[in-house]
Design a protein around this ligand. Sequence first.
Ligand SMILES: *[C@@H]1O[C@H](CO)[C@@H](O)[C@H](O)[C@H]1NC(C)=O
Ligand SMILES: *[C@@H]1O[C@H](CO)[C@@H](O)[C@H](O)[C@H]1NC(C)=O
Ligand SMILES: *[C@@H]1O[C@H](CO)[C@@H](O)[C@H](O)[C@H]1NC(C)=O
Ligand SMILES: *[C@@H]1O[C@H](CO)[C@@H](O)[C@H](O)[C@H]1NC(C)=O
Ligand SMILES: *[C@@H]1O[C@H](CO)[C@@H](O)[C@H](O)[C@H]1NC(C)=O
Length: 589
Amino acid sequence: VLLCLCCCSSWLGGLACIFSTSLLFQILVRPCSNGGGLFFCPQSPNAPSILSSKDRTAYHFQPPKNWINDPCGPMYYNGIYHEFYQYNPDGSFNPNTSYNIVWGHSVSTDLVNWITLEPAIEPDTPNDIKGCWSGSATIVSGDQPVIIYTGVIDIEKHQVQNIALPKNRSDPYLREWTKAGNNPVIQSGVPGLNSGQFRDPTTGWIGPDGLWRIAVGAQLNGYGAALLYKSEDFLNWTRVDHPLYSSNASIMFECLDFFAVLPGSNNGLDMSSAIPNGAKHVLKMGMNFGEDVYVIGVYDLKRDAFVPDTDDSRLWPRIDYGNFYASKTFFDSKHGRRIIWAWTTETDSSSDDIAKGWAGIYSFPRTIWLDNDGKRLLQWPVEEIESLRRNEINHQELELKKGDLFEIKGIDTLQADIEIDFELTSIDDADPFNPSWLFDTEKHCQEADASVHGGIGPFGLVILASDNMEEHTVVHFRVYKSQKNYMILMCSDLRRSSLTPGLDTPAYGGFFEFDLEKERKISLRTLIDRSAVESFGGGGRVCIMARVYPVSLVDDDHQPHVYAFNNGSATVRVPHLRAWSMRRAQVSA
Ligand SMILES: *[C@@H]1O[C@H](CO)[C@@H](O)[C@H](O)[C@H]1NC(C)=O
Ligand SMILES: *[C@@H]1O[C@H](CO)[C@@H](O)[C@H](O)[C@H]1NC(C)=O
Ligand SMILES: *[C@@H]1O[C@H](CO)[C@@H](O)[C@H](O)[C@H]1NC(C)=O
Ligand SMILES: *[C@@H]1O[C@H](CO)[C@@H](O)[C@H](O)[C@H]1NC(C)=O
Ligand SMILES: *[C@@H]1O[C@H](CO)[C@@H](O)[C@H](O)[C@H]1NC(C)=O
């Protein structure tokens, strides 16, 4: 296939298209369905309008108006959570050549309700005059927040790294930021480095020698690299002569994230302090300009290099298998946890975005930690989300036979949080697993969709369904027996989510391994927020963020339906189903 990858972390590279016919890209890149607009095709400018004020999400983060992309520099400082974001001050369109993307800024005390402030960093020096792109915040010496971000210096999009510091650390909101006098603190000038693909510096971490380190995403000799830099004072940076990691799995790594985790502990680790023995490290890479992939490994302190547990990039899991990119984590010292969130695009047309006046939301903040077996990250919405829950309904001991559809009533089905456990009555009926499915889960989710009866599954939820089911989104599981264990497929199938033509409506999917002999229950949690459907399977082993725009939402009186269903031969039990309506959070004031 010939694909046009329309870049970039800061999305400004929309004009730079990369063509590839390599096998790798065939495996990793999903072509657009319907010519719609996720990452690899530009949004179609003239699709029919599907405009509805009901599409605007009620508790997922977004500023009051305009275009956003990457989350930047999240941090917790003096009792306040800060979120910065790539923001187009001029409107709700992808800021193609307007060059003036800025760091928007919002603050919160609970990660649920947000106050919007003036932008924190804007292009006004020669080191960022063509845009203030993504970056990170680090709290140095316990009390000095420092932002390091990418500046674009000319229309060829040459990139350098700059520092900004709060003007007044006593201002609880840290409203104003001052750029360091010695910017740019890092310039390209490295043999083999493409200075137009050199961006998104990570949060700093401290090595055993007491020096700070950061990694910068880059294209080095044609392949993805995490360039490593060291500093004593966080201002004067020296490049380490080898990258932290590099791989031909992608032509560029952007939006890197590097952090330590302890197997089986859901406490986060602070990268500004010594990392305990037994910890593993995670390198998260934005690959192929649209996929957030992670690899677990060890940080070899002697070589100052990251060594992944597997180099086979085809097996690297995704943080989220849906519409989720440029994710960023931070250590939340208030609760001792690590939090992640990401940018989720609109998948309607760019003309719809201009009419709506807004484009882009963030996934709900999630706690992220390493599973007991050390092989997989788990994610779960931060518990603060529970402050939005109201009108709990619950059901116990339901039985879903093949073909059953159970309607979940009594909640606001446009704004809901649903937690459901599916218990298998027998595991003998599982169909055999074919490992080649791992390389194209979306195709498998299309072929083995909710109407294809299996031994165990499909079972799951039907969401945002119109009265006659013409429109609906299905989140479902299927259970397979592999040689060693059981493999669970989770799909979020958007293909019938809307009657509007021209939307990007794939069937997202991911697999996870599961010890069904020990644990017979597979859990599903889904956050429904108007045009957002965010699902967590198997306790957060596979997560899928999705956007949908059902036509039936346009009708004011219409409440869509939500159902639990089973279309597998084996009966599944639902020992527990709990659901809530969700209040509107303060995300736009
Ligand atoms: C940038 O995008 C805006 C909104 O879609 C459009 O009006 C403008 O023509 C675009 N500029 C270029 C140079 O493509
Ligand atoms: C810094 O912020 C504090 C708290 O808002 C304020 O009292 C103080 O006057 C500010 N200092 C300067 C120099 O603006
Ligand atoms: C920056 O750090 C390097 C390496 O540690 C050192 O040689 C150099 O003198 C420092 N420069 C400044 C201006 O401090
Ligand atoms: C990519 O790297 C892997 C191992 O790291 C190697 O086996 C493979 O040949 C490389 N492919 C290309 C196209 O260089
Ligand atoms: C279950 O399968 C039947 C028959 O294939 C199909 O008509 C129905 O739509 C399926 N249920 C769901 C929720 O997809």
